[in-house]
Design a protein around this ligand. Structure first.
Ligand code: UDX
Length: 447
């Protein structure tokens, strides 16, 4: 008989996972404690911009004309317990206010709410990013509370999805990692992921702590690559080198690889920054913090880049204050193809310049609403052209395709000064220079 799946938490990760499970052919019941989230998903809408997700939902949410009807929602824990063979826990673990550690309360309360309703054999699968050691603790909660006793157990199955590619990464992952304590758990997870595995996706079976650590160390490694190239950008600047050429040249070595070597204003978003900080905090608790002291430097190189961008803008504008200067900011989200502005380097740079007296006008293809909510005192424009009108400098801070496709000549007509600062090293310097712009980027020579 086909497995029945439940998904607990319908945020970014949960909504995508639930729709993907329905796409793979399973009956899915998803629970969220926030009624509005469910109502939105039932209408086939998502609170965030994620390419392909609404289409996927509409293909499966019960009630849509022509949908498979395989995806339903509830707020009833008893219904979830009675329905599922496999329960995926997909709630978030945000950074604690004023601390490096992450907040485990949502995961803990999800498992504690579900466990008393596990009246039939079930596998609870954690997907949230958690500090190592959490799975062991959660397994004990299940053992203490599940009426079905040992027939309810836990597994850990970290998620590696990227914003903007969430659907693709969930349906066609690079690898599937499962931390299990029994053959039964492994067999159930193999059944769930049969389709991607049949398509050649590696399936890595390991223990709880390793599965938890795979996620945090993968994110830390990605952050390390970005901060490494940003450190090289600082050196290139001091030595008159070109970090973009340097990245290209080292990237041909396939032990290094080309990806995640784009220097600029650094990483942001809801994952990489919080995950490396939580990893450091946990390593400290375990007494293994010396092994990870370099992560502190990764974080500080990353945060420094934002200030260096502000400084570059100040220097290029004559070295004085920003008072009376009009700055166009292209990009507000932490990366393209997303409307997420959490810990966005672009908005941080825009905010710093604003605080120092600059008159900042921001344009972003998808992040305007979220940016306005978070930084209501910045100026906003409805198009790149409008943002650039009358600007003394243009800062390119999120590498949307739309910005690469801009016509520098047309923008030059409306700008006060033709000064473009590329905070993402993603524009073509020659194109802009040919149209009469002064092009500057971090870690690149001046001409
Ligand atoms: C990341 C991981 O990639 C993903 O595997 C994990 O599951 C969640 O965290 P995401 O937060 O969506 O995904 O963003 P990602 O695409 O990794 O980019 C992170 C940040 O790094 C962005 O702000 C991006 O602009 C920046 N970045 C990326 C660089 O500054 N340079 C690069 O070369 C690559």
């Amino acid at each position: 008989m086909a497995l029945k799946i439940t998904v607990i938490g319908t945020g970014y990760l949960g909504a995508t996972h639930a729709a993907a499970m329905a796409e793979l052919g399973f009956e899915v019941l998803a629970l969220d404690i926030v009624r509005e989230k469910i109502e939105m998903l039932e209408r086939g809408e998502t609170p965030m911009y994620e390419p392909g997700l609404e289409e996927l939902l509409r293909r499966h949410v019960a009630g849509f004309e022509g949908s498979s009807g395989r995806l339903r929602f509830t707020q009833d824990w008893a219904e979830v317990g009675a329905f599922g063979d496999v329960h995926f826990v997909c709630v978030n673990t945000p950074q604690k206010h004023g601390e490096y550690a992450c907040d485990m309360s949502y995961v803990e309360s999800a498992v504690a709410s579900l466990a008393p309703h596990l009246t039939r054999p079930a596998l609870v699968v954690g997907k949230s990013t958690v500090p190592v050691g959490s799975a062991d603790r959660l397994a004990r909660t299940i053992a203490a509370l599940a009426p079905v006793g040992e027939e309810a157990e836990l597994a850990w199955n970290p998620e590696f999805l990227r914003e903007g590619f969430a659907v693709q990464d969930t349906l066609h992952p690079d690898r599937i990692v499962v931390g299990v304590r029994s053959e039964r758990a492994e067999t159930l997870l193999r059944q769930v992921y049969e389709t991607p595995v049949a398509e050649g996706t590696p399936f890595v079976v390991t223990d709880f702590p390793t599965a938890e650590l795979v996620k945090t160390s993968a994110n830390s490694f990605l952050a390390t690559k970005i901060s490494f190239i940003n450190a090289m950008a600082e050196v290139c600047e001091a030595a008159d080198g070109d970090v973009a050429k340097l990245a290209e040249a080292i990237g041909y070595d396939d032990r290094i690889g080309k990806k995640f070597l784009r220097a600029g204003i650094g990483f942001g978003g809801g994952c990489l920054p919080k995950d490396i900080r939580a990893f450091m905090a946990r390593a400290g608790e375990l007494g293994a913090d010396q092994a990870l002291t370099f992560l502190r430097e990764i974080d500080s190189v990353n945060m420094r880049q934002r200030g260096r961008m502000v400084e570059l803008a100040r220097q290029e504008l004559g070295g004085g204050s920003f008072l009376g200067k009009r700055i166009a900011v292209l990009g507000a989200t932490f990366k393209p193809d997303s409307d997420d502005v959490r810990d966005s380097p672009a908005l941080n740079v825009a905010g710093q310049i604003h605080l120092q007296g600059g008159q900042v006008t921001v344009y972003d293809p998808k992040g305007m609403e979220n940016a306005r909510r978070l930084f209501p005192t910045l100026g906003y424009a409805d198009s790149a052209l409008d943002a650039v009108r009358g600007a003394d400098a243009v800062l390119h801070l999120t590498e949307w395709r739309e910005f690469r496709d801009l016509d520098p000549a047309a923008l030059g007509e409306v700008a006060t000064d033709r000064l473009i600062l590329d905070g993402r090293n993603a524009l073509d310097p020659e194109l802009w220079r040919k149209a009469g712009w002064t092009y500057r980027a971090m870690g690149r020579p001046t001409a």
